[in-house]
Design a protein around this ligand. Sequence first.
Ligand code: HEC
Length: 232
Amino acid sequence: MNRPSYFLLGMAATAMMFVACTSDPNAPGVEYMPDMYRSPAPEAYVDYGANKHVDWTQAQKDAAGIKPVLVREPVAGTIPYTGGGAAAMFVMPYALANTPEDYERAAMEVKSPILPMKDHVERGKEIYAIMCTHCHGKEGHGDGAISKNGHINGIPDYATKLKDLPEGKMFHSITYGKGLMGQHASQLNQLERWQVVQYVKCLQQGVSNPEFDEKGMLKLKATEAPADSTKQ
Ligand code: HEC
């Protein structure tokens, strides 16, 4: 460095010293990197202008895959807790593992959190029609279209082979899949799985068109009077 440079540097340093001091004892003076002393507190979901596409419509942003800059993705494993206590019950992780032991436990420990009310059973019937009939058949006899293609054999009849299958095992099998049946947990949320279980329970009784009483509760099939062997 030559002399004039030293001189300029000295001038600048002196100037800085004067600028840095003020008469107000509480003033912090000039801060070079205020972010380092006082961290900014940006609100999530607020666009502070860093997103250069602010003048775009939401549709244009969606089409280009542009997200607001400050929105953070929830961490993996985040449980969406919305809708209060009753709704939250259906988003808690399913406690049992995909093991033969836990399949047996499901029979005893996993109980339906919903009653066989009209809304639930009818929704279950809709889901069944869309996602299960092609294998299990309209009435649940295991005779859906796919059962005839020679690849998926042994689809059981609910009303005979699975007549006594407990609801907990049904839920477990729909959640994890069983044998040639794939898992349905990624397509059906827990409430939907329980709704379809409620409908499968009707098919177990041989009822594909369930009826309901005036309170909206499933009418149980009238049990047939046992044959009277003493009758002449
Ligand atoms: C790809 C064909 C296929 C589809 C689709 C399918 N299943 Fe199955 N399902 C099977 C087969 C095969 C079995 C027998 C599994 C075994 O025991 O090895 C079975 C078994 C079951 C069982 C008895 C499970 C147990 O624990 O014994 C239930 C309940 C059931 N399915 C319900 C459903 C419901 C509800 C749906 C629709 C959401 C569905 N399945 C969709 C093929 C299918």
